[in-house]
Unconditional design. Structure first.
Ligand SMILES: Cc1cc2nc3c(=O)[nH]c(=O)nc-3n(C[C@H](O)[C@H](O)[C@H](O)COP(=O)(O)O)c2cc1C
Length: 339
């Protein structure tokens, strides 16, 4: 049986990279009876190790950690478009008093070191997005005692995740905030919501299914369980909690009465992500499909925008239910969602 079955509340506090899902947020979700998740994406192995130690200090309950599965880029094919994009955003960087970031074409987000770290420190759950690790890696983590959750955004991805040995498959629908976990980043993500995915995958896959994307109210949670989900993974609903690491500018953008539209866009990172529309998403909707290189180029700009309160140049990752996000302790939000 999956660890999900032993939770008081089968609510997963989504891993949210970029400093949002820090040890405080993860521990608060776990302490409430759900499953808190740390985000290892973009962090160094040393930071990840420190986060694991910190969350263990904060809670005795189960928690997990999430890794980005790297995918090599076709540099020769993508470089001209990336250089063109870098040139286009140079003026924006200057306006923000910074410079365009440097591309690192062979960046794996420290994959091998993080795989080893997970094996050594053995958090109760390890989850992955952006692809499927090899079965050998999944086996190593399982042998260390970890439960392995793999993210899928389509039926074939869900079948592949289950075949690789996932204990749980996380079905992420198009309503989700932040990056779609689509395994092939150059492909257009499937325009399917979490209930649609669940309905098709459930009869075909024998492992527990967690659904993610737009789950923001107790009604959303009831519908997901009614349709056969073993758990829900919520991100956007927790963004405004005091424990969340979301910046002041990010929080202001989520509450801005002038920002009322949500888009799926590659504009900030080169990977499709759900975000509140702003000046940047309108201007750079055609950014090249080159994650993480586009992410690296825009990173100093987004950091400066966050520091300067610039709502038009910051990435405002948000799921379809972002207007229902509440400024309340994360534990209260998790308990209320679970009803
Ligand atoms: C700010 C933000 C960062 C995210 N970062 C990650 C991540 O690092 N790894 C991951 O698997 N999913 C990430 N996601 C997606 C979530 O795991 C989840 O699929 C999504 O939040 C569910 O949709 P919701 O935001 O509508 O609840 C992120 C989502 C947000 C909003």
């Amino acid at each position: 049986m999956s660890l999900l079955g032993s939770l008081v509340l089968p609510v997963v506090g989504a891993p949210m990279a970029g400093g949002v899902s820090n040890p405080l947020l993860a521990a608060a979700a776990s302490d409430a009876g759900g499953l808190g998740m740390l985000a290892a994406g973009y962090r160094t192995p040393e930071q990840v190790a420190a986060d694991l130690v910190h969350v263990r200090d904060l809670t005795d309950r189960p928690f997990g950690i999430n890794l980005f599965v790297p995918r090599p880029l076709d540099r020769a094919a993508l470089e001209p478009a990336v250089e063109d994009f870098a040139g286009r955003i140079a003026g924006e960087a200057a306006a923000l008093g910074t410079e365009v970031g440097r591309p690192s074409w062979y960046d794996t987000d420290h994959w091998d070191a993080k795989v080893h770290l997970v094996e050594t420190l053995a958090p109760p759950v390890v989850s992955c997005t952006f692809g499927i690790p090899g079965a050998a890696v999944v086996d190593r983590w399982k042998a260390a005692g970890c439960e392995v959750h793999l993210t899928a955004t389509s039926v074939p991805e869900a079948l592949a995740a289950a075949e690789t040995g996932a204990d749980v498959v996380v079905l992420q629908g198009m309503e989700a905030g932040g990056h779609r976990g689509t395994h092939d980043p150059s492909a257009a993500p499937e325009p399917v919501d979490h209930l649609g995915l669940l309905e098709t995958v459930l009869p075909q896959v024998g492992v527990p299914l967690v659904v993610a994307g737009g789950v923001t109210t107790p009604g959303d949670v009831r519908r997901a369980f009614g349709a056969g989900a073993a758990g829900v993974q919520v991100g956007t609903a927790l963004l405004l909690a005091p424990e969340s690491g979301a910046s002041r500018t990010y929080r202001a953008a989520l509450r801005s009465p002038r920002h009322t539209e949500r888009v799926l866009t590659r504009a900030f990172s080169g990977r499709v992500a759900g975000a509140v529309a702003n000046g940047w998403t309108r201007e750079y909707a055609d950014a090249p499909a080159a994650f993480p290189v586009v992410d690296q180029l825009t990173k100093p700009l987004r950091k400066a925008a966050a520091e300067q309160g610039d709502l038009e140049r910051i990435h405002v990752w948000a799921g379809s239910g972002w207007r229902a996000a509440q400024e309340r302790p994360a534990g209260e939000i998790v308990r209320e969602l679970a009803g």
